[in-house]
Design a protein around this ligand. Sequence first.
Ligand SMILES: NC(=O)c1ccc[n+]([C@@H]2O[C@H](COP(=O)([O-])OP(=O)(O)OC[C@H]3O[C@@H](n4cnc5c(N)ncnc54)[C@H](OP(=O)(O)O)[C@@H]3O)[C@@H](O)[C@H]2O)c1
Length: 345
Amino acid sequence: MTLPSNNKRILLAKRPERGPINQGTFRKDATPLKTPGDGEVVIKIELLSTDAAMRMWLVDTPSYIPPVKVGECMRAQGLGRVVESRSDRLKVGDLVSGTLGWQEYWVGPARVLEKLETPEGGREIDHLGFLGISGMTAYFGMFDVGRLKGGETVCITGAAGSVGLIATQIALAHKNCKVIAIVGSQEKVDLLAKMGVHYPLNYKVPGFAGRLRAAGGIDVVFENVGGEILDLLLAQIRPHGRIALCGAISQYNTTKPYGVRLTPQLITMKAKMEGFIAFDYEKRYPEARVYLADLAKRGLLKYDYHIVQGGLDGCVPSLIDLFAGNNVGKTVVQFPEVEERNTKL
Ligand SMILES: NC(=O)c1ccc[n+]([C@@H]2O[C@H](COP(=O)([O-])OP(=O)(O)OC[C@H]3O[C@@H](n4cnc5c(N)ncnc54)[C@H](OP(=O)(O)O)[C@@H]3O)[C@@H](O)[C@H]2O)c1
């Protein structure tokens, strides 16, 4: 394969203010494609993951990961194929995942990439979905942080999103658990009802709080959205309940952060609220993958993707759109030449 002399990228142009980001937050450039050194490979990027956390990576505040620097290629997880190799670990044609960034090619040490095998009967894209970080987040959040037990009532927020859709199906498959799933449209309510969710609730319609109360108490919350919804959930937490704080998507783009009021419920209910980061469980990813692949094989985990076409041109719009809630399942940007068999549902 003849490689181009230039690599097109999208860089962070300036740190955004509070509130929604726009095209002006980023800028495009083209830079000479690096020649790989010893132990290095060139990866042609095929699919990039668009994640809510990317909004947080633009802000210079203390976090589990340093912010993207102004002028740096925007950080993003992705899948790609080895097109040149000077490493014994990877050969041309291998499929890999890693922090590849918003660019057409990635050049660097093979040791920081994960070599992937396409799962039996599966699609390569699943490495960005239930076999990727979304699946790992759902599994460890539900079982290690939420400590979900059989027969309990579990509530998932952002339940039709990338992580939420997996968390919801884990809960549905788990020993007679009762599942409350919170989403932002009737279409998503219908989807979740079809899956067997006991209480699929739309937080955007009048009477939502009353419907949530009517569902009874909650033992485990898998929390993706934060803000006012978290207060409503705190009001419903049962004694010794657990709230696994996965994300707070309602707060990432807001100009006025919401101050959660009902934390005293944690005292009276002797309940626990705990944040977690899925990357901390890296050594145990194989355990989660075995569990989730088995659920999928048994037809208990059906997974959808929101595929944005256009390669690099799709990156910024996909991130802006993420906060509008238009996605069901994982948002992924696809580069033009990716074969349909890798992504087709
Ligand atoms: N802790 C970790 O290690 C970890 C790892 C991955 C992701 N996360 C976090 O987990 C959360 C979910 O991630 P994801 O990848 O599943 O995101 P996603 O696919 O974008 O799904 C998030 C969903 O949240 C809903 N949402 C958006 N704005 C909202 C608002 N203001 N109020 C209520 N719901 C809103 C949207 O759907 P509807 O509004 O239509 O329901 C959207 O589909 C994010 O907060 C992310 O940062 C954490």
